[in-house]
Write a protein that binds this ligand. Structure first.
Ligand code: 4FV
Length: 251
């Protein structure tokens, strides 16, 4: 998998990509990340990459030419076979585990990081998609690009060591993840649930599934509508609903 990231601040990526799982994936050539500095494609004499917005208003807007020239340079370097060209912006498609899994099938992805008030609208004609990591406004598209690289890279076979599998991830199952416990058995009076110490794998799997259902029901009931629920899951949720309905909660 190769990421080409267009940014005005390549130095922002040093930290996240030179540690832990992403660093190891790059060292093992499971992942390549090229940082392309958009300012290298500024052609005007002052090599500016942003300018005042037409129609007035606060802030600056990224000029179209340096971004488009940078995209064309990437295309040329790859002999024309380009993967999706994604603009990170608040107007984009909400980023989800499903979208991460989709992108993990690609061999090449280009990420375009905006800055200032945004990018000139005409750049959109040179992109194939837009992603938003959440309904809030950041100072730039760099952090969202890092989020996308992280979420997609860990789905590339071999990136997560054997010990970890993305299959049981939150959202990969459509549910929130069950609680996790490790040593010690008792921490400041809080004990690990007995079932997890039982060695009874079927009971442990059932407990984890029910905990995931419960946690999703309480924290993200919206997810239950799209989760792939089994007959056992529905039976558990119905029992829960019946139990709750019978509760005498007084008026
Ligand atoms: C953003 C988001 C985001 C908007 C103006 C960069 C900033 C500035 N990108 N998900 N939320 N981008 O806030 O992706 O140019």
């Amino acid at each position: 998998m190769q990421f080409d990231i267009l940014t005005l601040f390549p130095e922002m990526f040093t930290g996240p990509f030179s540690a832990s799982i992403i660093k190891r994936a790059i060292e093992r050539n499971l992942l390549t990340v090229n940082l392309i500095n958009i300012r290298d494609y500024a052609r005007n004499k002052h090599r500016t990459v942003d300018d005042a917005p037409y129609g007035g208003g606060a802030g600056m807007v990224m000029e179209p030419e340096p971004v488009v020239l940078a995209l064309e340079a990437v295309r040329e370097k790859r002999g024309g076979d380009m993967g999706p060209v994604i603009l990170l912006c608040p107007q984009g498609e909400p980023f989800t585990q499903r979208l991460a899994a989709e992108l993990a099938q690609e061999e090449h992805i280009v990420l375009v990081c905006g800055h200032y008030e945004g990018i000139d609208e005409r750049v959109r004609a040179y992109t194939t998609g837009e992603i938003s990591i959440g309904d809030y406004v950041l100072t730039g598209g760099e952090l969202p690009a890092m989020v996308v690289v992280d979420a997609v890279s860990r789905l590339i076979p071999g990136v997560l060591g054997e010990e970890t599998s993305p299959v049981t991830d939150s959202f990969a199952t459509g549910l929130l993840e069950h609680p996790h416990y490790t040593r010690p058995r008792e921490f400041r009076g809080a004990a690990v649930p007995e079932v997890l110490l039982s060695g009874h794998h079927a009971r442990i799997a059932r407990w984890r599934r029910e905990e995931a259902l419960l946690r999703t029901l309480v924290r993200r009931p919206d997810l239950l509508a799209t989760a792939a629920l089994t007959a056992d899951d529905r039976r558990f949720l119905k029992e829960l609903a019946t139990y709750l309905m019978r509760l005498d909660l007084g008026d």
